[in-house]
Design a binder for this molecule. Structure first.
Ligand code: ADP
Ligand code: MG
Length: 212
């Protein structure tokens, strides 16, 4: 039996996982997914690059989105345009059997008006670089006042790239009651500082290399 079936994932996600050809969850997926599905909690997850962190937060967030509600419910911050597009693409694959879940990517070097228009059509999940997200907030092009989930992906990379200020500003405009999930390969002081500042008693999980 497929081990994904024991993590509490919905039928539609299990079907999508079958299509993806994932046979078994990676360590970080096996640890994070049941906790994120069951508990209303903040999380700090440390796992190296290539260990499947996208699905570790992607499957639970998709399962927790209310597809009947068009408001933005989840914000995923990611360091680069390439990663934003990659995550968006993966989330679209994961949610292919869900009706009415829209994922919109927001990043610099592309038309902000087009991205704003896509959001206006109803984007329950926004995947954004911090710089462009801050820009959209400043211009009133996005409303993240009702999000339930904020995911900081590759947090160490984002902070290495100098996004501390943007991240702080963005998080400050989100509701206190949301859950924050921080995923990172390493835990330098700046990442720990963000965690301290914005997370409430996060569950911490750490995994070694893939399949170790
Ligand atoms: P990370 O964000 O930790 O660097 P990714 O989420 O980008 O890792 O995943 C790395 C690669 O592993 C991707 O190509 C992804 O499709 C693949 N992958 C993720 N989970 C599984 C799994 N359970 N089984 C097989 N491949 C997987
Ligand atoms: Mg990643």
């Amino acid at each position: 039996m497929n081990k994904f079936e024991q993590l509490g994932l919905s039928e539609s996600l299990l079907k999508a996982i079958l299509d993806l050809g994932f046979e078994n969850p990676t360590d970080v997926q096996e640890k994070a997914i049941p906790l994120l599905l069951e508990k209303d909690t903040d999380m700090v997850a440390l796992a190296q690059t290539g260990t499947g962190k996208t699905a570790a937060f992607g499957f639970p967030v998709i399962q927790k989105i209310d597809a009947d509600n068009r408001n933005t419910q989840a914000l995923i911050l990611s360091p680069t345009r390439e990663l934003c597009l990659q995550i968006t693409n993966e989330l679209k694959n994961y949610s292919k059997y869900e009706k009415g879940i829209n994922v919109v990517a927001v990043y610099g070097g592309a038309s902000i008006t087009e991205q704003a228009r896509d959001i206006k059509r109803g984007a329950q999940i926004i995947v954004a670089t911090p710089g462009r997200m801050q820009d959209m907030i400043n211009r009133g092009l996005v409303n993240i006042s009702q999000i339930n989930f904020c995911i900081l992906d590759e947090a160490d990379e984002m902070l290495n790239m100098g996004f501390y200020e943007d991240i702080v500003n963005i998080l400050s405009t989100t509701p206190d009651e949301k859950n924050t999930w921080l995923f990172s390969a390493t835990m330098p002081a700046e990442v720990a500082r963000i965690g301290k500042q914005f997370m409430k008693d996060p569950i911490e999980i750490t995994v070694g290399a893939k399949n170790s």
